[in-house]
Design a protein around this ligand. Sequence first.
Ligand code: HEC
Length: 110
Amino acid sequence: MKTQTILAVILGVGLAATASAQDKVAKGEQVYAAQKCSMCHAIGGKGNAKGPLDKFGAKNVPEADIRAWLTDPKAMAAKYKTQRKPDMRAYPSLPKDDVDALVAYMQSLK
Ligand code: HEC
């Protein structure tokens, strides 16, 4: 392969990776709406003001913990000593793709 071809391939892979990260965030936003997370949370002033998530991504919560918020919120409420009651509900049956997308969306909130 010529150097130019190799560079073009590297550039192409890089662009594809960026596009798919953005797609994930967009999908996460859809899952957030479909699962009605806004009944208890607010983003951009929309939803339940008691649970703002606008700056959540800036808190750098480990990815495993973001996943655990969706599957075992009681444990996360204890770990992060959150005071709000009732506890968040769990989403044990969300497809993995939806969880991945939600995690990407949560991390994008800065
Ligand atoms: C029944 C109410 C309720 C629903 C529905 C709900 N949550 Fe929560 N969530 C909470 C409560 C309560 C907490 C812990 C206190 C807090 O930080 O608001 C919490 C915490 C979180 C946190 C950690 C917040 C932080 O600042 O550390 C994330 C992330 C989160 N929820 C995401 C979601 C997502 C995504 C959905 C939808 C799939 C969702 N929640 C649905 C009540 C809810």
